[in-house]
Design a binder for this molecule. Structure first.
Ligand SMILES: *Cc1c(COP(=O)(O)O)cnc(C)c1O
Length: 228
């Protein structure tokens, strides 16, 4: 497949479904943001989405984001990019230069590094704290029982602009309890934004309070690389 004709149609269908789901649960459709996850797809695919009027994107690797997005941003200055993958401390500066939000803040060293770089650059970005709701040893994210203290340190000690929480539920479990748990932790800590839900479960995520759904394959098509 060389063309990108499927992208506007997919975007339009997903936005319709999100709006319908929001209305069904008495939520304002404009409170749910579709993060179009373009990882592994070429800049031309992102451009097809931009041409269709979409502006919010997600990438899971800083280097890929830095390779693809600055040229697109020059032509679409209102484009927004969220980093949704794990961030190493040596890439913090590049992440802040390239992205408008980091959704994967999950440890003190990273939080402190982001605070230092933000102070240096004077740039303002939004931060989400990633919670490992399934307590999977191989997965990034702060454990649910440690989330409250970590959120407090991020806000009060490191003075970070934390806006919400993000989770990636275990692939083999039903996502509903994980979405619900993320919502409870956010409520307890008075955080307004919830990034949860992907291609297979974004409607359920909207039902359970998502303000950001991160959808890749259902917009851009299947990825060839299976591990991400
Ligand atoms: C790839 C990815 C997504 C999108 O997954 P799809 O199944 O393609 O919709 C969402 N969130 C994160 C963190 C990802 O890495």
């Amino acid at each position: 497949m060389t063309g990108f004709d499927h992208i506007p149609a997919n975007l339009s269908e997903i936005k319709t479904r999100i709006a319908a789901q929001a209305k069904a649960w008495s939520r304002a459709p404009e409170d749910v943001h579709l993060v179009a996850v373009s990882k592994t797809h070429p800049a031309a695919a992102v451009e097809a989405a931009l041409a269709a009027g979409h502006r919010l994107f997600g990438e899971n690797r800083v280097q890929e984001a830095a390779a693809k997005f600055p040229a697109l941003r020059a032509r679409y200055p209102d484009l927004k990019l969220h980093l949704i993958g794990p961030l190493q401390t040596n890439k913090i500066r590049q992440a802040i230069d390239t992205c408008d939000a980091i959704e994967s803040v999950d440890r003190d060293k990273l939080a402190q590094g982001i605070a230092a770089e933000l102070a240096k650059s004077g740039k303002r970005i939004d931060l989400f704290i990633q919670v490992n709701t399934g307590e999977e040893s191989q997965k990034a994210g702060i454990l649910p029982r440690e989330a409250g203290d970590f959120i407090r340190r991020c806000r009060d000690e490191y003075r970070l602009p934390v806006v919400g929480l993000m989770c990636i539920p275990p692939a083999e479990e039903h996502p509903a309890p994980h979405f619900a748990l993320l919502g409870e932790i956010a409520k307890r800590n008075r955080l307004a934004q919830l990034s949860m839900g992907m291609s297979g479960d974004y409607e359920l995520a909207v039902q359970l309070g998502a303000t950001h759904v991160r959808v890749g394959a259902a917009i851009f098509g299947a990825r060839e690389t299976k591990d991400r």
